[in-house]
Write a protein of this length. Structure first.
Length: 362
């Protein structure tokens, strides 16, 4: 900072503010001096005076921390860039208020963060276009008893009639009733009870063992003699939703709506490529804050916060296979971001067709 060329020496008596580049490559951080953030200035003064009221705050290399959480100064562009990263990206999944706020608050803080997140989501074009409006349904919910252990009691059903995506037209949704952890399994155009039994063994049993009970709808495959006999000999109780009352346990339906909303947000431009996003949907759901358990399903199952998926720069790895795999994943994310921009511009153009530009005199 003091080597040439330099316009003026930094004033170390003032707070240093973060400028963040929330690009598709990485989130770069740089420190600059400013006079605008009075809240930050007051915090620095109190921290340096070592008052007991803010003993959990610290001031390191021009940055303010509360424990390990970074304070973001009064900079609208910077805060907006962070909000985009924690709401608009594929791993953020255009989540609602509570999941977005929980994910964001684990890394950053600033005065009015709740209001800013709420306003940002309310103005999100993609959310307005693709999310459903909840309506009252017939019949009251018949809740099941709360499970005692993880992956002992699960729910499952199928999401069908999807566009053919690389030979897949169905998503099999399997959810642990205690932790809310889910697995999304893509299925081909034709499959039998034996086929899904094999997939259940390779995808679920190898990770979580045999469940004690399974709640499902009355799909013919779940009612087949093969399926019933298979789980009878395993000691698993099969439970079915009642006729005219499918919401015996509504959690799977909620998961289905979340999955469908995510795919609409990120695959609407190319609906036949939804299968490529399925693993990202699963990661997003399991790492997002869940209002029922007050934590993410990942944390409920493993006892720790989920690791973040970092952006990848082509050529960073010397291994060509790794470089190609991660570069393809990054290309998907970049494409999604471009689709979101086009969607926003399209909505703006449509709205402006019915409007005219006006200049108002003061």
């Amino acid at each position: 900072m003091t080597s040439t060329p330099v316009l003026v020496l930094p004033d170390f008596s003032k707070i240093f503010v973060l400028e963040m580049d929330a690009s598709s490559i990485a989130i770069g951080v740089a420190s600059i001096s400013t006079k605008k953030d009075t809240n930050g200035q007051d915090l620095v003064t109190k921290i340096l005076s070592e008052t007991e009221q803010i003993q959990e705050y610290s001031f390191k290399e021009g940055l303010i921390y509360f424990k390990d959480i970074l304070y973001i100064p009064e900079n609208p562009d910077l805060r907006n860039a962070i909000l985009k990263e924690y709401h608009n990206t594929p791993t953020a999944g255009h989540s609602g208020l509570q999941p977005t706020l929980a994910r964001l608050s684990s890394s950053f803080l600033w005065p009015g963060i709740y209001r800013d997140v709420k306003d940002f989501i309310k103005q999100c074009v993609v959310c307005q276009q693709n999310k459903y409006m909840p309506t009252k349904k017939q019949g009251l919910l018949q809740p099941l008893a709360i499970p005692a252990k993880v992956w002992e009691e699960i729910t499952m059903n199928f999401i069908t009639h999807l566009p053919n995506s690389f030979g897949h037209i169905v998503v099999w949704v399997i959810c642990d009733r205690l932790t809310k952890y889910v697995h999304f399994i893509g299925l081909p155009t034709r499959f039998t009870a034996k086929d899904i039994a094999v997939r259940f063994s390779t995808e679920i049993c190898r990770l979580h063992g045999i469940p004690k009970s399974i709640v499902s709808d009355r799909d013919p495959l779940f009612l087949s003699n093969f399926w019933k006999e298979l789980f009878r000999v395993q000691g698993t109780t099969l439970k079915y939703s009642f006729a005219y009352h499918p919401e015996t346990d509504g959690q799977t339906e909620v998961v289905n709506r979340s999955l469908e909303t995510y795919l609409r947000c990120f695959a609407s431009e190319h609906p036949r490529k939804w299968y490529k996003f399925l693993h990202l949907v699963e990661y997003w759901h399991n790492s997002a804050f869940h209002s029922a358990i007050k934590m993410s399903p990942f944390e409920a199952l493993y006892g720790r916060s989920p690791p973040s998926i970092l952006d990848y720069v082509t050529g960073r790895s010397a291994n060509s296979d790794i470089d190609q795999t991660l570069a393809e994943r990054q290309q998907i994310i970049t494409t999604l971001q471009e689709n979101l921009k086009r969607s926003r511009q399209k909505m703006e153009d449509q709205a402006n067709k019915k409007r005219r530009n006006c200049t108002f005199e003061p």
